[in-house]
Design a protein around this ligand. Structure first.
Ligand code: D6A
Length: 329
């Protein structure tokens, strides 16, 4: 079997929300598909109502197929310090036409304020490796790990777009989704992520600079976070660019459009167009923009988030065959 599901960008492409159905009768939720984590958790009826502001919640008691995983708990903290926790059910989860009957659904009892304030986001669906699933004492499988045996091929593809719906496809590669050839790169899943090493970068039409950047393909991170030496080399080319510690990142005049940023993927390249680097208005006063490329300081590796992914067709292959990228259509 194969499957496809549309994913919709929130304002400024800050995150992409994708519909899933949980339980019987089905409860429809919009969640953030996150290749940088490996837990499927949802807002639930177990939460205090003060933590819920507009989200749709999962009610396990309203599902004839839900089954509590006795003694199991979970707690997860994301890169930005946000968190969520509590108990675990097995229930039917459907994405598009793909159904996993006994998917671990982690029901939130507590979520941090960032999740409460993200009113359209009903939870996260991890597409990382199950080795980093946060359920204790027994880690649970991701949706992809549960479904991949029945897919025509053990892969999924990520096709995020700027300001318009994209798609997650399971089990097949849509040849109309990209142009040119696909470039392959080995995946390092040793940390539970879709890790790879980019051989270097170029700024605008400048020469390619060899500079190894090890990082992860992370659909749940909004921006492209790279080594500070690469980031400062890029912003050096933009008149008026500066690091604004109040805003926690580089800002620059929104016009003229900044130079493209190119990064290598094995023998191929991915181009982030300059107008995507102008991520969002930084202040109404003097038309400054907040950069879509920022430093990865303190993380320990780079993060190829949505700013990097929405300009390419990314294909993540979970067998020994590596994952690979292609320029999107
Ligand atoms: O941990 C890494 C794994 N992937 C990255 C990720 N971060 C989030 C996230 C989503 C929504 C929110 C909130 F709604 F604003 F709270 C916060 C964080 N989802 O994936 C970082």
């Amino acid at each position: 079997t194969t499957g496809t599901i549309a994913t919709d960008p929130e304002k400024h492409d800050v995150e992409y929300l994708t519909p899933i159905s949980v339980g019987t009768p089905s409860q429809d939720l919009m969640v953030d598909f996150d290749t940088g984590s490996s837990d499927l958790w949802v807002f639930s009826t177990e939460m205090s109502t003060s933590d819920i502001k507009g989200q749709t919640v999962y009610d396990p008691n309203n599902s004839s197929t839900s089954e509590k995983v006795q003694g199991s708990t979970w707690k997860i903290t994301y890169g930005d310090g946000s968190s969520s926790s509590d108990d675990v059910y097995l229930d039917t989860v459907t994405i598009g036409n793909l159904t996993v009957p006994n998917q671990a659904v982690e029901a939130a009892k507590k979520v941090s304020s960032e999740f409460t304030d993200d009113s359209h986001n009903d939870g996260l669906l991890g597409l990382g490796f199950s080795a980093i699933n946060a359920v204790e004492p027994t880690p649970q499988n991701t949706f992809f790990d549960n479904i991949k045996g029945s897919l025509d091929a053990p892969l999924f593809t990520v096709d995020l777009k700027h300001g318009t719906p994209g798609s997650f496809n399971f089990g097949y590669i849509d040849p109309t989704a990209y142009i040119g050839n696909i470039s392959w790169t080995p995946v390092d899943s040793s940390q539970g992520y879709w890790g790879f090493t980019s051989p270097g970068y170029a700024v605008g039409t400048g020469a390619f600079r060899n500079h190894s950047m090890s990082g992860i393909a992370d659909t749940g991170t909004t921006l492209l976070l790279l080594p500070k030496s690469v980031v400062s080399a890029y912003y050096k080319e933009i008149q008026g660019a500066q690091y604004d510690s109040d805003q926690g990142g580089y800002i620059f005049p929104c016009s003229p459009t900044p130079p493209d940023f190119v990064f290598g993927v094995n023998n191929g390249i991915v181009t982030v167009p300059g107008d995507m680097v102008s991520y969002a208005p930084a202040d109404s006063a003097n038309q400054n923009c907040f950069g879509g490329i920022q430093k990865d300081t303190g993380i320990g590796f780079s993060i190829f988030g949505d700013v990097a992914l929405k300009t390419s067709f990314v294909h993540l292959h979970s067998s020994i065959v590596p994952g690979h990228y292609a320029d999107c259509d």
